[in-house]
Design a protein. Structure first.
Length: 119
């Protein structure tokens, strides 16, 4: 499977963005999906993940209540709705695929989309 992330941009603190990650090449529904982010000089960190059915979702504590991960298997796309954005959310966001019903090892990565939150 190949992944293409989009939807990043510049937004003011308190605003919202929705990231999309479109998959192609293989059956999307056999993959659990995740969103990660990275800033210069820091380790890549997990933001959210979703099972292949979409019934189970997982969030990092720092985004709980603000971000929502979802997927549309008919469109081979996973989304990250980001609300109440903070300057510390500024990062390059990556989507990734993990083969299996629930997230495990991510072995396919998209190219990243930059989110910048101004104060």
């Amino acid at each position: 499977v190949q992944l293409q992330a989009s939807g990043g941009g510049l937004v003011q603190a308190g605003g919202s963005l929705r990231l999309s990650c479109a998959a192609s090449g293989r059956t999307f529904s056999v993959y659990s999906m995740g969103w990660f982010r990275q800033t210069p000089g820091k380790e890549r960190e997990s933001v959210a993940a979703i099972s292949w059915s979409g019934r189970n979702t997982y969030y990092a504590d720092f985004v709980k209540g603000r971000f929502t991960i979802s997927r549309d298997n008919a469109k081979d796309t996973v989304y990250l709705q980001m609300n109440i954005l903070k300057p510390e959310d500024t990062a390059v966001y990556y989507c990734a695929a993990s083969r299996g019903a629930t997230p495990g090892v991510y072995d396919v990565w998209g190219q990243g989309t930059l989110v910048t939150v101004s104060s």
